[in-house]
Write a protein that binds this ligand. Structure first.
Ligand SMILES: [Zn+2]
Length: 374
């Protein structure tokens, strides 16, 4: 028992040293680590040796000395491992590869309508393989493939219940993973995007991530922890009623936010792609301008409601995050106008990963596991 405790304590110290260097975001010295973690210099030295042997550290020159030997600048080898994140959309597959710093190394979109069959599973596995080859991803460093889906994965049963906006009701997860020769984790798309957003904002105790796509969902970080609710329906922002008896929604109710702010309103409903919509909007298309003004009005109501209840930062992600940046000022103006308590709307921001937050979050599941076991 004593042996286990000593070994576990050593591992925990090693983990703390690694995490300290990781979260510093800049090179540090041995003395910095010893001071910050209240560890002796020999203990820190031993941990650094072990981390270096595992190829996890990089020595990035030296700092100026105040006398004696110049202290070495210690950083993390960001590319020691990587992970792939995949988002299965209804018409496209999105792929991205990140390093352990959650930096996007490469990304790609492949057209393929979603079906729940073996052909799709084989196509997906081949798309992942082609992505690895095309970007020379070292599979020895690859931690795994995180797959985000628009639905609720039930890994024990090997299936997922898909959202009503998807072309299939269920998805055979076992079938999909059986064709992929790497570890696979399935994740809900909104939760994945939330994880990516929180990863780069670790100091935020409370935060809402709003996933704006064909479906609208979200994730909440409250008191530093993900909050899902008693029946795992917490964060289903898309189905808050914003217009009593309004437009019918895919969920069977009327007047939901999703019925007004699904990205379908800016694409499929008009018989165009979302890129065409924003191109037209920039080009002065009057009809698109009217639709967009209305879209922002409804979106502001939804965001304002969330903010009124939770009073925290609201980060926008999903497909719309790739386009809304230039209109954030307009949205904040609306938030300011309808707020009960004074605000300039700056609590509402766009995910720094923009369009790719879902893939990054799906991949981060592996990075998170990797960092826990160091
Ligand atoms: Zn609804």
């Amino acid at each position: 028992m004593a042996t286990f405790n000593t070994a576990e304590l050593r591992r925990q110290n090693r983990n703390r040293v690694f995490r300290y260097i990781y979260s510093s975001g800049r090179p540090v010295t041995k003395q910095d680590i010893a001071q910050a973690l209240s560890l002796s210099l020999p203990t820190v030295g031993q941990n650094l040796k072990e981390l270096q042997e595992a190829d996890l550290l990089e020595f990035q020159g030296t700092f100026d000395s105040t006398g004696g030997r110049k202290p070495r600048a210690i950083g993390i080898s960001n590319n020691v491992r990587c992970a792939i994140g995949v988002y299965i959309g209804h018409k496209r597959i999105h792929l991205a590869c990140i390093n352990i710093r959650a930096q996007l190394l490469c990304s790609q979109r492949v057209a393929r309508p979603l079906t729940n069959d073996e052909e799709y599973a084989k196509f997906l596995a081949q798309a992942i393989e082609d992505f690895i080859q095309a970007n020379s991803i070292d599979t020895k460093r690859l931690l795994g493939v995180g797959i985000a889906i628009c639905g609720v994965p039930q890994p024990e049963e090997g299936v997922a219940t898909m959202s009503p906006v998807q072309p299939v009701d269920t998805l055979d997860l076992k079938l999909i993973s059986s064709h992929i020769p790497y570890p696979v984790i399935f994740e809900n798309d909104a939760n994945a995007g939330g994880l990516a957003t929180w990863w780069v904002n670790p100091e935020k105790e409370n935060m809402v991530y709003m996933f704006l796509h064909r479906g609208i969902g979200g994730a909440m970080l409250l008191g530093g922890k993900a909050y899902h609710g008693a029946t795992f329906h917490g964060g289903e922002f898309g189905h808050m009623c914003i217009v009593p008896n309004g437009k019918p929604c895919g969920c069977g109710q009327k007047g939901c936010l999703e019925a007004y702010c699904s990205t379908k309103r800016l694409s499929e409903d008009l018989g165009i792609g979302i890129e065409d919509f924003f191109e037209g909007l920039r080009g002065g298309n009057q009809e698109y301008a009217r639709i967009w003004e209305e879209y922002l009005d409804y979106l502001a109501i939804g965001i304002n409601n969330i903010h009124l209840v939770l009073d925290c930062q609201v980060v926008l992600g999903g497909l719309l995050a790739g386009y809304i940046g230039p209109y954030l000022y307009d949205l904040r103006q609306r938030l300011q106008k309808i707020a009960t308590f004074e605000t300039d709307g700056s609590y509402c921001t766009v995910s720094s990963f923009g369009y790719w937050s879902t893939c990054v979050g799906a991949a981060l599941n592996f990075v998170s596991q990797f960092m826990e076991q160091i």
